[in-house]
Design a protein around this ligand. Structure first.
Ligand code: AMP
Ligand code: MG
Length: 413
């Protein structure tokens, strides 16, 4: 049996990022940039006013005070979107709005709060202005040609602001991985059926599709394959055509009807490994079939989700083109003893309490760690990682925790 780390390395070796597609900037949230983005224009594009006020020559304001104002002639109004009609001469001012281009001749803007309107075409300046006051200089944010966004970044709202600022209507992003989800088992029924005795609802299909979506990829529900080689072959062939990656759940253990490995092999899959030294999630097959990475995840609902988090998520991230794989762990103080049998990496469902203002995080392992227990999964927000060689930890020790819940900082509403 191989370790979790060795398994992950073996998986990632088989994964290549998908190619590019052109997407409208408005639809790029969460997408991954395929290439560096260079600014086709500087920002700001020209010197402009940071305030509503008066554009003028700073030298003209020398000695201005509230009780000794300097009066200037207002030569025209300049709203945002307008262009200067003429340069500003000595003794002149232009009434300018925030964002309007600064007229030639002016080297400062005095904000309206530091002025009094003397009469229709005069303004009294109540304070001295320094050269450059309230002027946003052309290119002070970035210059033309600057790399403003790096490839492999997953785009956030601020990045989209940048794309729009430089006027990029379309950008190249990596295609989103299409991930086929196959559920296997003669015991499974769909949600519109009431399970008869011996049957259960297909929960993995839905859980795994949701996990795929959470990674920014596109799940393709293939439905239920029965525990026959024919049924599995049919679903796998359709999945190979439809998807970039295949995940199945169940049928990968050592039971009499666990055909997934055999069928994958018969269909020409190159098996990379089967079984990982972890708990839950030991029976896990990984291979490449027709160039498509294929995961045979365990059938137990919790095992399949744990295995997804450890292996499928990083694989999807790499296929999506992201530079860094985000499987962050953090340290927390344990509130209860954990005792386990050493030999496999254990992922213990837990409630992690992030202490934003206090000195440290705490984590509580939850009751009910059976690999079919969904309610514990619902109450959990993280896994405590117990390394393979460890037999557990004592209350008060610092342990490594892997959060899997996006709401971990905000709490669950
Ligand atoms: P298997 O690995 O196929 O023997 O499945 C292990 C356990 O997981 C069995 O109790 C199955 O009934 C259960 N199981 C397998 N697939 C699913 C599924 N799609 N949804 C819910 N439970 C499942
Ligand atoms: Mg089964």
């Amino acid at each position: 049996m191989i370790s979790v780390d060795v398994a992950l390395t073996a998986i990632l070796k088989e994964i290549e990022p998908l190619g590019p597609e052109s997407v409208h900037t408005g639809d790029t949230l969460g997408r991954v940039l395929f290439e560096d983005v260079h600014a086709g224009r500087p920002n700001p594009p020209w010197d402009n006013s940071a305030m509503d006020g008066y554009a003028l020559r700073s030298a003209d304001t020398k000695g201005a005070k509230p009780d000794k104002p300097v009066t200037l002639k207002v030569v025209y109004d300049l709203p945002a979107g307008g262009v200067p009609k003429a340069p500003v001469g000595a003794g002149e001012a232009v009434r300018i709005m925030t964002g309007a281009p600064v007229p030639d001749g002016a080297d400062a803007v005095v904000m309206v709060e530091m002025t009094n309107k003397a009469d229709a075409d005069k303004v009294a300046i109540l304070a001295e202005a320094k050269r450059g006051d309230h002027i946003r200089k052309a290119g002070e944010d970035f210059t033309e040609g600057a790399v403003v966004l790096k490839k492999t970044s997953r785009l956030r709202p601020a990045d989209i602001a940048m794309l729009a600022t430089i006027g990029a209507a379309y950008v190249f992003v990596h295609k989103r991985p299409r991930v086929a989800v196959i559920s296997t088992g003669d015991e499974l029924v769909e949600l519109n059926e009431t399970p008869a005795k011996g049957k259960i609802s297909n929960s993995n299909g839905y859980a795994l599709a949701a996990l795929v979506k959470e990674c920014g990829a596109i799940p393709i529900q293939m439905g239920i394959a029965r525990d026959t080689k024919e049924s599995l072959k049919e679903k796998l062939s359709s999945a190979m055509c439809a998807a970039d990656m295949i995940i199945s759940s169940g049928g990968v253990s050592v039971g009499d009807f666990d055909f997934v490995k055999d069928v994958l092999k018969e269909m020409g899959s190159r098996m990379v490994f089967w079984k990982v030294a972890m708990k839950p999630g030991k029976p896990l097959a990984f291979g490449v079939i027709g160039g498509k990475p294929s995961f045979g995840l365990p059938g137990n609902p919790v095992s399949s989700m744990v295995a997804f988090e450890q292996f499928v998520k990083p694989a999807i991230q790499k296929m999506s083109g992201t530079g860094a794989l985000t499987r962050n762990t953090l340290c927390a103080r344990l509130t209860k003893d954990i005792t386990i049998k050493p030999g496999r990496t254990n992922f213990i469902r837990a409630a992690l309490n992030i202490d934003i203002i206090g000195p440290e995080n705490t984590v509580t392992p939850l009751e009910g760690q059976g690999s079919g227990m969904i309610l514990t999964m619902v109450s959990a927000n993280s896994y405590i990682i117990v390394p393979a060689e460890s037999s557990g930890f004592k209350k008060g020790e610092m342990v490594r925790v892997q959060p899997f819940d996006a709401s971990i900082l905000t709490g669950r509403p």
